[in-house]
Ligand binder design. Sequence first.
Ligand code: APR
Length: 169
Amino acid sequence: MNINARIEIIRGDITRLDVEAIVNAANTSLLGGGGVDGAIHRAAGPELLAECRTLKGCPTGEARITRGYNLPAKHVIHTVEPVWLGGRKNEDILLANCYRNSLELASRNRINSIAFPAISCGAYRFPLERAIRIAAREAQEFLKFHDFPQRIIFACLDDKTYQEYLKAI
Ligand code: APR
């Protein structure tokens, strides 16, 4: 099947998506924050934070899976993306690792559908086009060699991000 047929780009709030897993743009503490991290914790409820506490944090570039609690999604995959520091501190590799490690967790847990926000493109100030190109490349590469996840959804809150994904996919 054509790889791009398994990738969807949508406008909307990731916390409302009825998919099996949504990805959280978290920080190394995994104890919540602003942006999509804040929105996911608000929608999932306090039990999400309680489970996150048991994980004792997560290094940048890696991912951890929890339940989704009050979210429509069954799971949350928390990944810790790099802060943009100008591009000479391995930011591209670390961001690519976030996608690869999140997709690895989805594959290992045989998750059918996974939605990503534009991780690192908000508070962490990663240049949008550069980050989206990495997201698209990693998603397409992963789907070439894996049956799970069956579907990858990129959930965009704003039109600029949405247009960038359309260009990249
Ligand atoms: N649904 C979909 N996308 C969202 C939502 C939402 N509900 N809320 C925010 N976004 C988008 C933003 O518009 C941006 O494009 O997610 C992208 C990532 O923005 P941030 O949430 O600011 O994440 P990031 O740039 O990776 O910074 C992560 O911020 O909230 C803290 O704890 C978090 O320290 C971490 C840092």
